[in-house]
Each structure stands twice: as structure tokens, then as C-alpha cells.
Design a protein around this ligand. Sequence first.
Ligand code: TUI
Length: 311
Amino acid sequence: MENRVTKLLGIRYPLLQGGMAWIAESTLASAVSNAGGAGIIAGGSAPIDYLRDEIRKCKSLTDKPFGVNIMLMSPNAEDLAQLVVDEGVSFVTTGAGNPGVYVPAWKEAGIKVIPVVPSVALARRLVKAGADAVIAEGTESGGHIGQNTTMCLVPQIVDAVGADVPVIAAGGIADGRGVAAAFMLGADGVQIGTRFLASEECKIHENYKNAVVKAKDTDNAITGFYSGSPCRCIKSKYTKKLQEMEKNAAPPEDFEALTVGSLRKAVVDGNLDEGSLLCGLIAGMIKEVKPVREIVDDIMSGAGKLLGKEF
Ligand code: TUI
């Protein structure tokens, strides 16, 4: 089935992989693209040379389109924004901010621009600025989150901008039922992150993967609520400590001491007590690690059956 998202990106399935900072690299992104979705390499706050290498590796691993996520809170976002132009990636997604200043240069370079928008207002503004699609991301997502839920946000963004650009739903989607629900809300595509944490091709530490598979529906925590940068993770000693510090209004340097390097501790070291195990609310539904192709095929065939469409 072709739709606005598959046509926009030149892909088989209207399924984008989440641009998970420190996690989404060339092996995962190329596997998703080779399976018919749209793989994404996360820029995060990576050094420019690392991201350039990952883009080039991905080009060697797939001849299918793939994208790069630019995390706008990164201190080197401007350099990474230029890198995607120099490397000629096919599309860019953005997160954690308003990418307005970069849109003209990306459009001029022929790069499709797909920002994550946590609100109707930002969706309208960015579509006016030239966005080719928007990702309506609900608070069920892992990592840095907005306040609105997928169920409430997607139809409102569809009503606001859906006539002009396709809307991609994100947050809490990990199987065919979630995709079908997103389509019923008016989305033309989905972005899925957490399900791919428990994939064979995802290079996070085994401890992190096992924590995702083991997580129950209630094993989730939001940190950074009061600092204005809420972040969803698997509940752990780390999230408990952070939440206690928030309650006691600890000084910023104490937060800094705990959070600096915490994503690396989770992803690289598999440190379950001190690492920040970013993960969406849907983890409770994920029961096993599978190859990316199987995950994508299962999700899309499940959605197809429910929607009466052949994906
Ligand atoms: O970006 C994400 N998820 C992320 S990024 C990340 S790494 C990180 N490191 C340190 C601090 C913060 C993050 C981990 N997870 N998701 C997309 C997303 N974008 N969620 C929410 C937003 C967002 C928020 C505000 C997008 C735009 C926005 O605009 C505000 C404005 O300027 O209007």
C-alpha cells in the first residue's frame, strides 16, 4: 500500500524508526531501512566525525533511504545540521526544540524535513515554514517528552495540518494494533522507538535490552519534571534518586553529577543502577528480542489485517 508517507520517503512501509540518542546508529538504521521502513541515525550530541562515519557506514549497509535525527538541544546541533546537507541524507527528523532556522537550508538541499511536534501550535508553525510532514509524539514515548498523549495529540494535529502534510504518530506504538489505532486517528504513518530497543540489531548493552523485555506496565518513571526537561525511563535506583532530589529541590550541580554520562552508562556499560534507561511506556508489552525484519513484518501485517489493507 502506498500512501503520503511511503511516497514522500520512497519506502515500502509507513514506519519510521525513532531517532534515539546514543542508540540509533548505522546497524539499526540500515536494518530498518532494509526491512522496508525508514531507518534513522541519531545525531544526539555526538561529535561531527562520529555522525559522518555513521552516515557513510549506513550508506554502505543499505541502498534504501534513511534519515538522521537532529537533537536540537545538542550544543553542536548547528554543525550536525550542516553535516546532513554535506552528506546528502534523504530526510531529517528533529527533536527537543524548534528547527525553524535550519528548515530553509535543508529544503534547499532537497532534504525532507520532518520535525517532532509536541503541540498543535508548533505543528502549524513548522508546516508554514516548509516541513514536509510532522511527527505527533505523545508523552508515552521514551526519552525527552511533551505533555500530551498520542491519543489526544494525533487527531488534533491531523485536524490542524493533516490536509497539507502527512502526520506520523509516535508514542506507545509497538505492534499492529498500535499502528491501526494511529491510522484510525488520521495518521499516515508511525514512528516506533522502544520496540527496536529489543531487536537483535540494536547495539545497546544486553542488560539494557533485558530490562526492556522484563519491564512491566508500571516499571516506568519520568525524571526532570521540575527542571522543564521531562525524560521517560525504566524505573531504577537512578530514577528514584533523581526524583528524590527533585522533591528536595537539590542544587543543580547535584543533578549534573548524577545525570552527566548517564545515557552512556546505560547504553555502553549496561549499568542498571546509574544508567538512564530511556524507554517508552509500551515496554510492558515487549516480551522478546527479535530481528528487525521480523518486528517490522509482524507489525505491518498485523496492522494490515486490522485495517483491511495490504501493507
Ligand atoms: O527528542 C526527543 N527525545 C529525546 S532527545 C534525547 S537526548 C536529550 N539529552 C539531553 C536533554 C534532552 C534530551 C532523549 N530523548 N523526542 C522528540 C521530542 N521533541 N519530544 C519533545 C520534543 C519537543 C519539545 C519542544 C519538540 C519541540 C519543542 O519545541 C519547543 C519550542 O521551542 O517551541
